[in-house]
Design a protein around this ligand. Structure first.
Ligand code: COA
Length: 166
């Protein structure tokens, strides 16, 4: 049986930290579905379509990785895809409480889906998408934070936002 895992998140935008988790999990599981959350309480900088398209581009070297947007409950999305695992990255101890709560809740809702935690590689343990957005907004260098293909898309987006264009 194929071991399918879902790696969910906002990916607003995808960072090198996310890519690190995707690449490592792609070696462990038969198939990884990156799930881009489309009903987030956070107001995203990028639309779900834009976030999906950036992820498709940065994962194109990984044959067993697929990217999809989703709405609603993560466990429902995972079940529809016959995934038995949810992947989450743990950056620091501060992530733990929130992640534990999510993992427990998801397990109560859907007992046959387990959460699999990977510790983020040390060089990305400080990274978050909001920090990346902030650096880009003020014209800082984001090359150490996001994949190369994301850089021009990100600068373009923050500039357009500054100009009041969506
Ligand atoms: N590298 C870089 N950044 C990372 C990272 C990594 N490896 N892992 C997490 N992050 C950052 C993200 O960039 C994001 O930063 P930001 O807040 O500055 O934007 C932050 O950590 C949280 O990110 P994310 O992984 O996108 O989680 P989330 O909290 O936005 O969403 C879901 C988590 C999608 C799993 C959750 O909201 C969900 O399942 N929603 C669906 C509804 C549902 O089922 N709810 C019940 C769950 S109990």
């Amino acid at each position: 049986m194929e071991r399918i895992a879902v790696y969910p998140g906002s990916f607003d935008p995808v960072t090198l930290g996310h890519l690190d988790i995707i690449e490592r999990s792609a070696k462990i599981f038969d198939k990884i579905i990156v799930g881009v959350l489309n009903n987030n309480s956070k107001i995203p900088l990028f639309s779900a379509e834009e976030r999906v398209s950036m992820l498709v581009e940065v994962t194109k070297h990984l044959e067993n990785v697929q990217v999809m947007a989703f709405e609603g409950l993560l466990v429902d999305f995972a079940s529809q895809l016959h995934a038995s695992v949810i992947i989450r990255g743990l950056r620091a101890v501060t992530d733990f409480e929130y992640e534990l709560q999510m993992a427990q809740t998801n397990r109560i809702m859907q007992g046959n889906i387990d959460t699999f935690f990977l510790t983020t590689s040390l060089e990305y343990s400080y990274l978050s998408s909001s920090v990346v957005r902030e650096v880009a907004k003020f014209g800082g260098d984001v090359a150490k934070f996001v994949p190369a293909s994301v850089i021009p898309v990100l600068y373009k987006k923050v500039r357009r936002k500054e100009d009041g264009i969506k």
